[in-house]
Design a protein around this ligand. Sequence first.
Ligand SMILES: Cc1cc2nc3c(=O)[nH]c(=O)nc-3n(C[C@H](O)[C@H](O)[C@H](O)COP(=O)(O)OP(=O)(O)OC[C@H]3O[C@@H](n4cnc5c(N)ncnc54)[C@H](O)[C@@H]3O)c2cc1C
Length: 215
Amino acid sequence: MKTKTSRTQGSRYYPKRYDADPATRDAILDEGLVCHVAFNIDNQPFIIPTSYCRVDNTLYLHGSVGSHFFMQMAKGIPVCVTVTLVDGLVLARSVFHHSMNYRSVVAFGKTRMVEDEQERWLAAEKFAEHIMPGRWADARQPDKSEMKKTMFVAVEIEEASVKFRAHGVMDDDEDLQLDVWAGVLPLRLSPLTPQPDEAGKSGLPLPEYVREYRR
Ligand SMILES: Cc1cc2nc3c(=O)[nH]c(=O)nc-3n(C[C@H](O)[C@H](O)[C@H](O)COP(=O)(O)OP(=O)(O)OC[C@H]3O[C@@H](n4cnc5c(N)ncnc54)[C@H](O)[C@@H]3O)c2cc1C
């Protein structure tokens, strides 16, 4: 990974909100499910939401070989990839100080179409395991034609920044005596009751990794 440039240098206000530890970056990337990939096509900026997975310093994206976004990325273009986790709503006494607790990564890199067969299969496995650990061994794995229809794009992270907010309400002193409830409402992605697909065999036991799913 390159040294920090102005692209990822925190500028104003809260330098303490930036975390330079790569382990924090990786923990956020491993907890997130959806990233937003920003790039330019003929001076038109695009930001596309898509799933991803991480292997060391590389992010993998996958899509149809027919997707014009993926065909662009296959050319090897500079991208910015962001992942955001919202951890809570910060309800201050003044509207001005309302906020969110969050953890986010902004990463820069260049895309590369994955051509090596072994790396493509690694990416396919990591995608399944990133979304649902334990699934790769259980689900029918991709056959040759499915792999042929899928493009994997790698983004080697050149540099990244992590920003977060993880504290309470920051009201001004003059507002503290207002009759307004203030505090933080923590938020978390949590599973609801699994809904079995009725199209196939009925009565199959619910896998433990689904029952115990936590993110
Ligand atoms: C949670 C999530 C996960 C996804 N995971 C994947 C993935 O793993 N792989 C994958 O290929 N795609 C994924 N997608 C879909 C992805 O966002 C794009 O729709 C897809 O990659 C588009 O490819 P395309 O080149 O065919 O674009 P086209 O559909 O041809 O795009 C044409 C236009 O459609 C609009 N558009 C495209 N996508 C979206 C969108 N998501 N929301 C609103 N407008 C849109 C834009 O205006 C765009 O310019 C995911 C989307 C979401 C929300």
